[in-house]
Ligand binder design. Structure first.
Ligand code: ADP
Ligand code: MG
Length: 270
């Protein structure tokens, strides 16, 4: 995928020396150690790292679900959390592993849930959601219950619910890991396409190296806990396509794969 980067604007997101520990009755668990990176508008970043490294914690900090203890997170040059306090238009949307659709609500009632909670059910937003449903082939299913849809369709519905709030940055925490292999390829390709078409900056946490290479402009590699960034690998594949299977055919694919594989295993053995 090509990077649509405008260097005249400040980075959309900047982390400066962000550190974080959980404090529990058992003691202190240091999770992130002086994590710094920047993301440009429109970039698609993947974060990989061993299980328990602190990937979800990183996204939770970005989503404002847990407070930053040390360091700074800036959105377009300004403190992210001050902006959160200022109003409901928080610029980051979050999508998790499970689609988290409510079975007692129809697809329509699910996709407008965020708008409802944030009191933003304007006619403008409603027609935006309708256009997304139509564009991504869910409009005819809007009165169905989630269980009547395939796993891939449910993930698309969950994404539309997040997009309804028009986030500038999308956080995706292993959103495809509950899907079987074939569906995963299909859905991750679909979701990446939707993200690109809507010009959204994305941070994807994934266990899947192929997915990270296939979908992103840059891969960040985390060390085991307490996580630091051990590498930022820019990805340039010479087979532009939305199909993850064809990414594997790009001549650079194996080189990237082997490099990231070695980084992860090297770190594990330390
Ligand atoms: P990852 O997503 O990379 O697998 P997490 O960010 O979920 O890792 O967790 C990082 C570490 O922090 C793990 O050791 C985990 O057990 C611990 N942890 C996660 N959430 C909490 C919490 N709420 N309280 C205490 N420890 C936690
Ligand atoms: Mg996690």
């Amino acid at each position: 995928m090509t990077i649509q980067v405008s260097h005249t604007e400040p980075p959309i997101l900047q982390l400066h020396q962000v550190s974080f520990s959980y404090h529990t009755l058992q003691g202190e668990t240091p999770v992130l150690h002086q994590v710094s990176f920047e993301i440009q508008q429109g970039e698609f970043i993947s974060v990989i790292g061993p299980s328990g490294a602190g990937k979800s914690t990183l996204l939770n900090l970005l989503a404002g679900l847990i407070p930053v203890e040390e360091g700074k997170i800036l959105f377009l040059g300004k403190d992210l959390y001050l902006q959160k306090k200022e109003g409901p238009s928080f610029p980051l949307g979050y999508m998790l592993q499970q689609d988290q659709l409510f079975e007692f609500r129809t697809i329509w009632q699910n996709v407008i849930l965020g708008l409802e909670i944030n009191k933003k059910l304007t006619s403008d937003n409603i027609s935006y959601v309708n256009s997304l449903l139509k564009k991504y082939n869910l409009y005819e299913f809007k009165d169905k219950k989630p269980s009547q849809l395939s796993g891939g369709m449910r993930q698309r519905a969950a994404l539309i619910r997040t997009l309804a709030l028009r986030p500038k940055i999308l956080l995706l925490d292993e959103p495809f890991s509950a899907l079987d292999y074939q569906t995963r390829l299909e859905v991750s390709g679909d979701i990446a396409k939707i993200i690109k078409e809507n010009n959204i900056t994305a941070i994807l946490v994934t266990h899947n190296l192929s997915e990270a290479i296939g979908l992103s402009d840059r891969v960040l590699v985390l060390s085991p806990r307490p996580a630091t960034i051990i590498k930022q690998l820019p990805i340039h594949l010479t087979l532009p396509s939305d199909n993850l299977l064809s990414y594997r055919l790009a001549p650079e694919f194996n080189t990237y794969f082997n490099e990231l594989w070695e980084d992860l295993n090297h770190e594990k053995q330390k």
